[in-house]
Each structure stands twice: as C-alpha cells, then as structure tokens.
Design a protein around this ligand. Sequence first.
Ligand SMILES: [Zn+2]
Length: 243
Amino acid sequence: MKEISKQDIETLLRLQEAETQIVQLEDTLEKDEQKQGQILARQEQFQKELDKQKEALAVCTASCEEIEQDIRLIDQRITKSNETLRMVRSNKEYQALLREVEENRRRKEGIETSLLELMEEKDQLSGAIEESEKDLAQLQSQVKAEQEELQTELARNRTLLEDYRAEQKQIGEQLEPGLMSLFKRISKMNKGLAVAKVQDSVCMGCFMNVPPQMYIEVQRGKNLISCPQCSRILYYDAVSQEM
Ligand SMILES: [Zn+2]
C-alpha cells in the first residue's frame, strides 16, 4: 500500500477542485461550439430554401415568356390569313383560310389560359420570395447577435480553461509525478471526478459501501486508498462527518 501524507490529500483535493472546473468548462466549450455550428446550419438551410424558390420563379418567368412569344406568332399568322382572305378568289380557298383562322384563335385561347395560370403562379412565388427575404434578413441579424454572444462566451471560457489548467499544473508540482498521473488516469475514467469523500462507509463518488477495514484505513489517512468499485482516491473529512 502506498503511503501518503495529509498534505498530499489536501493537494489532491485542490487538484480535484481545478479538475472539476476544467471538465465543466471543456463540456461547456464543446456544447457552445456545436451550437455555433447548428446556428449557421439553420441559416444555410433557410438560404437554400430561398434559392429554390428563386429557381422556381425563374423557370416560371421563362415559361411565361415562351408562351407570350407563341401568342405573338399565332397573332401574326391570324393577321396574315386575314390579309390573304381579302385576295382569294375561290370559295374553297376562302373556307380553308377561315378554318385556319378559327383554328389559330382556338389555339391562342388555350395557351392564354395556361399563361394566366402561370402568371398567377409567378405572382405567388414573387410574394413568397419577398416574405422569405424579409425572414432571412431577420434571421441573419438574429444569427449575428447569437454568434457574437457565443464568441464572447467561448473566448471567456477558453481563457478560464487555460487559467485553470495552469493552476492545476502548479498545484500538481507539489505531488510526486506518479500520484499526479494516477489522479489524471482516474479522472479520465470517472468523468472528471478522481477524488471522493467517504461518508458513513459510503464512497460519495459511486455511492457504494466500502469494506469496514478499508473505511478505517481511509479514516487514518496514512495510505493511498482507492474505492474498490469506482477506483476513485478516497479521503475522510472529519469536520463534515460531525455535521
Ligand atoms: Zn466509489
């Protein structure tokens, strides 16, 4: 069994205080970094939807122009047929031209209906795009504010983390290197909690009972004792036991 001093236990406790802060800060930093990514992804998604709407509008506008062009062509044909009508001599030719004019008029009516439908769609799309652009502008300013706030928090926490790491390193120098690396190893295994108090024979790290002989050993505080369940370094706090 490895001997440790009261001083060592105190150092380990101070090390643990810094470790708890470090682990919490690392966790907060990770979450904030994820949040930053999520906020940007939300904005990108919105931008993509808007781009899709704009694409649909472009397609719709092109179709309208095509139909308008077709209508102009049909009008030209009708005008031409009407001009020819005045010059024909035979009744057969005359009837044929009349039929042609009639046919063109019907075709024109048909595509005019599709044009109206497309124009309605175009109006709806334009309206939706206008709305989306307003929403996007609002989202962008919201994202900007959120990002700035997050950046400030990230910078503050990064500095704090560096401070705690430096402090922990300084504290750790008072321990022999073997004990320091043991502390780090146990902390890693136990989500940042390497040192646990024993209270009424219970390890406050994992809430399991420690054997009676071990409890006595921990109370003596002369040797390094690890919890048989969670491996945490155990210590006894006489003051808090009396409370
Ligand atoms: Zn335990």
